[in-house]
Write a protein that binds this ligand. Structure first.
Ligand SMILES: *[C@@H]1O[C@H](CO)[C@@H](O)[C@H](O)[C@H]1NC(C)=O
Ligand SMILES: *[C@@H]1O[C@H](CO)[C@@H](O)[C@H](O)[C@H]1NC(C)=O
Ligand SMILES: *[C@@H]1O[C@H](CO)[C@@H](O)[C@H](O)[C@H]1NC(C)=O
Ligand SMILES: *[C@@H]1O[C@H](CO)[C@@H](O)[C@H](O)[C@H]1NC(C)=O
Ligand SMILES: *[C@@H]1O[C@H](CO)[C@@H](O)[C@H](O)[C@H]1NC(C)=O
Ligand SMILES: *[C@@H]1O[C@H](CO)[C@@H](O)[C@H](O)[C@H]1NC(C)=O
Length: 488
């Protein structure tokens, strides 16, 4: 049995929709080819982003699926769950019951939105991004393919108080939980199929601890499973990040193992286990446990339906405007690249967006800070590469070795200079900042020059130095056009 701790958990909390969704005209406007003309690369951009992210962070699929459910069951699939709290309003995502909303899922939507804003600004809603990303991720981890109809608009509102009291607890009964599903238009069978989402992801100990300890401990839980969970969770009251896989047998694979587990007492949450205990849901569990095709077909259909819950049209929603950060990045990179080669703009966007901090910036000075931090990390990385070459004696001559040692020294000096730059930003001393980045910027060139000057030695890090130069140059240009010569 495998367990994991400290991960973003994944508890499938289904939230009650406040407005009972009906088949309205809004549903009819959804089409799979909605962006064919206005954003032809939509599918490709989403697919590429989720593939990269899922490889980096394997919990993304479960987290995104969870976020999508949460969004659709609360005020409809309108990306209201993504709205941030401000001083006037506490948003859904900041309700106390959010503790399982996974950061990686927010991150993937942000990444895709950033990429789309470059390709087709102001066209694609966050609600559609979340729906499409969820489908791509589910299929990536082995789940069924289903159609995603597009054209949702993003909601204007997100209220934390609407979460509370509308989220089924793990200790609720089948009729209670079904009541919530029914309000969103789902049958008992569809509820069981959607619960199969727990074939991937994690849950925090506090969600199931009452099944393990004390006089009320659940005797139907598999004894070896219970013992392992008890051991895993014994510190959960002091460390609330400890989490267990929802599907203990094949935690990362979307399959029908969740239902097979239920039959063996390996259901993690009480709300999982009741599906096999309750006579009204048991036949569906039995069916899905023995017939994966039946589960996949039902799950796919239920997901298509889920994507239409409470969908908003033009009057009730909008394509949420690009965040401050995205337009700032775009504008700054545009300016920075106006006297450069065509690839520079794309490189600038990619390089800045690679750093998640770039999504939090509120003004140009913070963006310059991100540029400088990227330059520091890039220079540190290149230094590491050269040090490794030296250690492994991967140089062609004594002379080349000497040059590489000079480069290491240069990188150290450059990193120190760049670190000072962070201080100058704080002090708003932009002239000093300008002169200091300029010195750091020549470091990769000086490193290369050593090789060229010295009897035709070939630098093994030309490519790295070129990228490094451009990376430092981004910070330099941002500052130049913002502060040193804003009218240029
Ligand atoms: C959940 O809410 C808390 C405040 O109650 C907030 O600090 C935290 O960032 C929220 N989590 C997510 C994923 O938004
Ligand atoms: C269910 O759990 C919640 C907290 O998770 C608790 O407040 C509530 O009393 C429980 N309900 C029952 C019927 O045990
Ligand atoms: C629980 O905490 C104790 C003391 O802090 C520590 O020694 C022990 O290793 C922890 N157990 C687990 C399973 O993490
Ligand atoms: C469930 O069905 C079984 C067998 O048909 C029966 O023995 C049991 O009493 C039923 N349980 C409930 C709670 O209806
Ligand atoms: C499994 O379910 C599928 C879809 O409902 C059905 O076509 C197939 O006959 C079932 N297989 C078995 C062995 O019952
Ligand atoms: C330097 O930064 C660029 C752009 O962010 C990135 O593509 C490249 O991999 C980085 N190189 C190193 C060695 O960190």
């Amino acid at each position: 049995m495998q367990f994991s701790r400290g991960f973003n958990p994944f508890v499938l909390l289904f939230c009650l929709a406040v407005v009972v969704p009906t088949i309205s005209a809004d549903v009819a406007i959804l089409r799979t080819d909605y962006y064919r003309k206005t954003c032809p690369d939509f599918h490709k951009i989403v697919r590429e982003a989720v593939t990269t992210k899922q490889v980096q962070q394997p919990t993304t699929a479960a987290g995104t699926l969870r976020l999508f459910f949460h969004d659709c069951f609360l005020e409809g699939c309108d990306a209201s769950v993504l709205i941030a709290t401000n001083s006037f309003n506490k948003a859904e995502r900041d309700d106390d019951l959010n503790d399982s909303l996974p950061g990686d899922a927010f991150d993937i939507v942000t990444r895709i939105k950033t990429a789309l804003e470059l390709s087709c600004p102001g066209v694609v809603s966050c609600a559609d991004i979340l729906a499409q990303a969820t489908r791509d991720l589910v299929t990536m981890v082995g789940g069924p393919y289903f159609e995603v109809k597009l054209g949702r608009k993003d909601g204007f509102e997100s209220k934390a108080h609407k979460v509370r009291g509308n989220v089924p607890m793990a200790n609720q009964t089948v009729p209670d939980i079904h009541g919530i599903f029914k309000k969103n238009g789902f049958t008992l069978r569809e509820m069981v199929a959607l619960s199969g989402a727990h074939t991937i992801g994690f849950s925090h100990c506090k969600e199931f601890a009452d099944r393990l300890y004390g006089s009320k401990a659940d005797k139907e839980i598999n004894p070896r499973f219970a013992a392992a969970l008890k051991d895993l969770c014994k510190n959960h009251t002091v460390d609330d990040t400890i989490a267990a896989f929802n599907d203990v047998m094949t935690p990362g694979k979307f399959d029908n193992m969740y239902f097979k587990n239920l039959k063996r007492g390996l259901g993690l949450l009480a709300s999982d286990h009741i599906l096999i205990k309750d006579n009204s849901t048991k036949p569906f569990v039995d069916l899905y446990a023995t017939n994966e095709t039946a589960f996949f077909e039902d799950f796919a259909r239920a997901m298509e339906k889920l994507g239409t819950v409470g969908v908003k049209g033009d009057k009730e929603g909008e394509v949420r405007p690009n965040r401050v950060a995205n337009s700032l990045i775009r504008d700054s990179c545009k300016k920075a690249s106006k006297n450069s080669e065509p690839h520079y703009f794309k490189f600038c966007i990619a390089s800045i967006s690679e750093n998640p901090e770039s999504q939090q910036v509120k003004n140009i000075d913070e963006l310059i800070g991100v540029g400088v931090k990227n330059a520091i990390s890039n220079m540190t990385n290149v230094k590491g590469i050269v040090e490794k070459m030296l250690k492994e004696r991967k140089y062609t001559s004594k002379l080349s070795e000497k040059m590489l040692r000079v480069c290491v020294k240069l990188y150290s000096e450059g990193t120190n200079l760049l670190t000072k730059c962070l201080g100058y930003i704080k002090l708003r001393d932009f002239d000093k900042l300008h002169n200091t980045i300029r010195h750091a910027r020549v470091v990769p060139r000086e490193c290369e020059m050593g090789f060229n000057d010295d009897n035709k030695q070939k630098s093994p890090v030309t490519k790295e130095n070129d990228v490094l130069f451009d990376t430092v140059d981004i910070a330099q240009s941002f500052n130049y056009y913002a502060h040193v010569n804003p009218d240029n």
